[in-house]
Design a protein around this ligand. Structure first.
Ligand SMILES: Cc1cc2nc3c(=O)[nH]c(=O)nc-3n(C[C@H](O)[C@H](O)[C@H](O)COP(=O)(O)OP(=O)(O)OC[C@H]3O[C@@H](n4cnc5c(N)ncnc54)[C@H](O)[C@@H]3O)c2cc1C
Length: 801
């Protein structure tokens, strides 16, 4: 064993092996993989090996597509077979909701280059003769699906990596990790080595390898079963084999020799080793438990009748890991230098290659090379406790095959974080969602109605109430809790210099705010903030609440020397926004200061008192109307709330929630972080150019922007008004121009005040000035007109009023 290496990858499952290979591919040769047993000795060896491109996040889908294509490459380099069977796959729909889901999936696939096809149940039965077509309403066929040999893939990666210079140490458990100046001291059963970087690819044991450095990774191992039948004559002769998912039945299947491999996702699922994974578990299986999957098997026998008579050759029950949202935990871990996560992977054979690519780019180039937010380990904060991960892991498993509706808020592990006003909002009929573990109101059900939203791809029962909330904001005044925003305080003599380096805009003058994008060195968006200056050396930063850990990781890796302090105020500040033409009148009744137009201008910020409560008040709202954001300590929140409510009663004050806020910001053409603003786009492409100050000093990303100014942008963000009657865009719908798919929607919805269905999206820069596009929503192509200016208040008179 070497004594000093550049990278030690811990874990020789499919994921660790892929990371190792990709590092060598990028030219890092001094890399080793340390495996406590044999390669594949965790979840990998007993996997069913199924692979597909479909994922609810388009960037993860792209990486899945990459994974499927890499098998040819590693086979060629290693000479080792991956056992790839590209059978093509059927996604079966047993009701119209599932058909809607498939239409959405197919449409999304179109701009990812996926070539899917809708077929009738009878046509599906021609491809899979055991299927009873009367049980289905339709199916989607994807030619790019199939299965691989799990052991073949892992060994092909490992061998290709060895050829690239890597070494693999088997039967050698990592028992301890200690930070040292050069990186990490890796203590193993066979001795100690120093690694500049370590990668936690320990799969089922990744929690333990996390605990070695004091972190708790949020996932839960769950038992999962599939059975393999004896020969089934109806499919034994299918030359290309088959792959099918009947999500409504909670089952998937593929050919295995002349029989069928049938797997289930049961709702009465079972965690395995909830708190610790035993070290003596290796290439082991768990006892079969057919009773637990009886419901799914009954469905399978009804829908695929020949299976009812097939003999069962084998039942496999094995554990693998489930994260709170089903996506992996990848990337650098905040606060730990050169400690990388590559775990929590549900679909190693669809995602392993993409994870290896993204992580190795990140380690070698300092950047994953694309937006990988959906699988970034930093999307979870300290709220994602063991108990939360447990509740969510069970939910992720049990809903794996359920339709995730665009307006759905899954319920496990909730409520977790609540602000003091939670119960009051509940009394008002609030329907809550959770962001970063915090409950926040989505909309308010009118009294006498159930505060429950119907799940649908179309307009839900929230449509009417949200319209009323929007009306109140545009015509009178509304109040929304905004505690879910991220808040940071930056102080010290180095604060201004630091802000000028990490943000693309200049800092504001005292008492003022600016909008400021944050860029990576490639000039792509990694943040979108409001910065306010409260004192000579004191700034507030407001940003996306769900990205707090992500942003802290970036901030902290760019800290200046000298007098400087950065603090998250997540637990110290809660807030409300009041917005609408009468919001000034409301504030003037409760605020100690003069808040007249002249005294408290648009984009001003100050510390003051609101109804006895010490507050920070900024004149800005995401509604694009006259309005204010008011922040106070949690202990004052109810007092502030009562004061605002009492003073606004005769002004038509009404609660509004996140759904109305979305509707209001859409008609102002405002983009939103993690939707329009992601690391796939530059600020110029995203329409944020006016908030970039190219004339100020050096800042991260400036050189890339200069290059972009010289060479031109790739994309243009556009806002479309879409011709629809009863359905609105959500995200990821393809945008067409001249009959070709040219772009995609990043977010959308109905703007009640403008009475228009609006979508944000990206198209190639050269099409950014075109007027006419089309958008595919639920299988129908709708005409769409590009807006030259925001649908509401294009000159911004209302905000500045
Ligand atoms: C029954 C079943 C069916 C499945 N079917 C599919 C499917 O059809 N398609 C699909 O894509 N996925 C499937 N999966 C999931 C798939 O198996 C996982 O996504 C994948 O194997 C995860 O790989 P990994 O490398 O992250 O983890 P693991 O395979 O668990 O590998 C981790 C490795 O790390 C090693 N290790 C841990 N701790 C240490 C240490 N301290 N020192 C050294 N080594 C250590 C372990 O020994 C192990 O080899 C299935 C899983 C099961 C259980």
């Amino acid at each position: 064993m070497k004594s000093h290496v550049q990278v030690a990858v811990i874990g020789g499952g499919v994921v660790g092996a892929s990371v190792l290979y990709h590092l060598t591919k990028l030219g890092w040769k001094d890399v080793v993989l340390i495996e406590r047993s044999e390669l594949t000795a965790g979840s990998t060896w007993h996997a069913a090996g199924g692979m597909h491109t479909i994922n609810s996040d388009p960037n993860v889908a792209k990486l899945q597509h990459y994974t499927i294509n890499i098998y040819k490459e590693i086979e060629a380099i290693s000479g080792h077979s991956c056992g790839v069977h590209l059978t093509g796959g059927l996604m079966l729909a047993d009701d119209e909701d599932r058909m809607d889901y498939l239409k959405v999936t197919a449409a999304r696939g179109r701009y990812l280059g996926m070539d899917t096809e809708f077929i009738t149940p009878s046509e599906a039965a021609e491809r899979l003769p055991i299927l009873d077509p009367s049980k289905y309403v339709g199916a989607m066929y994807d030619p790019n699906e199939g299965h691989v040999d799990p052991s073949g893939v892992t060994n092909a990666y490992a061998k290709a990596a060895r050829i690239g210079g890597a070494e693999v140490y088997r039967h050698n458990r990592v028992v301890e990790l200690k930070p040292v100046d050069e990186g990490w001291q890796v203590v193993t059963e066979q001795g100690t080595l120093i690694a500049e970087h370590v990668v936690n690819a320990a799969g089922l044991w990744a929690r333990e390898v996390g605990q070695m450095v004091g972190i708790s990774l949020p996932f839960l191992p769950m038992e999962h079963q599939y059975l393999v039948t004896e020969e089934v004559p109806e499919v034994a002769g299918l030359v290309n084999g088959f792959h099918a998912v009947d999500a409504g039945g909670g089952i998937y299947m593929r050919n295995e020799m002349k029989g069928v491999l049938l797997g289930t996702y049961e709702t009465n699922c079972k965690p395995w080793s909830a708190s610790n994974t035993p070290w003596d578990f290796a290439q082991d299986l768990l006892p079969a438990d057919i009773d637990r999957i009886e419901f799914n098997l009954t469905r399978a026998f009804e829908r695929f009748p020949p299976l009812a008579n097939a003999g069962i050759k084998n039942v496999i029950n094995g554990p693998f890991t489930f994260t709170p949202d089903g996506n992996p935990l990848v990337g650098p871990v905040r606060g730990l230098r050169n400690y990388w996560s590559a775990c929590g992977v549900i679909a190693g054979f669809s995602q392993g290659g993409g994870i290896g690519l993204a992580l190795s780019n990140w380690m070698v180039e300092g950047d994953p090379g694309m937006d990988v937010w959906a699988m970034d380990v930093s999307r979870f904060g300290d709220y994602a406790t063991r108990g939360y991960a447990h509740a969510k892991g069970i939910e992720t498993y049990g809903t794996r095959f359920m339709i995730a509706f665009p307006n759905e808020e899954r319920t496990a592990g909730r409520p977790l974080r609540r602000t003091p006003v939670y119960d009051r909002l509940k009394e008002k009929g609030a329907v809550f969602g959770a962001a970063y573990g915090l409950e926040h109101a989505l909309w308010f059900a009118p009294s006498g109605t159930d505060p429950v939203e119907t799940l649908t791809y179309r307009r839900s029962n929230a449509f009417g109430p949200v319209a009323e909330e929007c009306r109140a904001v545009r015509e009178a005044v509304g109040i929304i809790e905004i505690s879910s925003f991220a808040k940071y305080e930056v102080t010290g003599s180095q604060a201004e210099l630091w802000l000028n380096n990490v943000l693309a805009n200049h800092t504001p003058k005292q008492g003022r705010m600016v909008l400021a994008p944050m860029l990576n060195p490639r000039g792509r968006l990694i943040g979108d903030f409001t910065v306010g200056k409260l004192g000579p050396e004191r700034f507030m930063i407001f940003g996306s609440g769900i990205a707090e850990q992500f942003h802290l990781r970036w901030f902290e890796s760019h800290l200046p020397d000298g007098d400087f302090s950065l603090r998250s105020l997540r637990k110290e500040l809660v807030g409300f926004s009041i917005a609408g033409p009468r919001s000034r009148e409301l504030l003037s009744r409760v605020c100690a200061d003069d808040v007249s137009r002249e005294a408290f201008r648009f984009m001003a910020i100050r510390e003051t008192e609101v109804g006895m409560v010490p507050c920070i008040v900024g004149r800005i709202t995401f509604t694009g109307d006259l309005g204010y954001e008011i922040w106070c300590a949690p202990e004052y929140q109810l007092t502030l709330y009562e004061a605002l409510l009492e003073s606004g009663a005769d002004l038509g004050l009404r609660h509004f929630g996140a759904r109305a806020l979305n509707s209001l910001r859409l008609e102002k053409s405002f983009g939103s972080y993690t939707r329009e603003f992601t690391s796939d786009y530059s600020p110029f492409e995203a329409g944020l150019g006016q908030f970039v100050d190219m004339k100020k000093n050096e800042f991260i990303g400036r050189d890339a922007l200069i290059e972009e100014q010289q060479n031109g942008s790739r994309y243009a963000r556009i806002v479309l008004e879409i011709d629809v009657a009863d359905v609105d865009p959500h995200a990821n719908e393809p945008i067409y121009h001249d009959g070709k798919v040219v772009g995609w929607v990043t977010s959308g919805g109905y703007s009640h005040h403008s009475k228009a269905s609006l979508a944000n999206g990206y198209v190639p820069a050269e099409l950014g000035e075109q007027d006419h596009f089309q958008v595919e929503i639920l299988g129908s192509i709708r005409d769409a007109r590009r807006l030259n200016e925001p649908r509401f208040d294009p000159r911004g008179d209302r905000m500045r009023a």
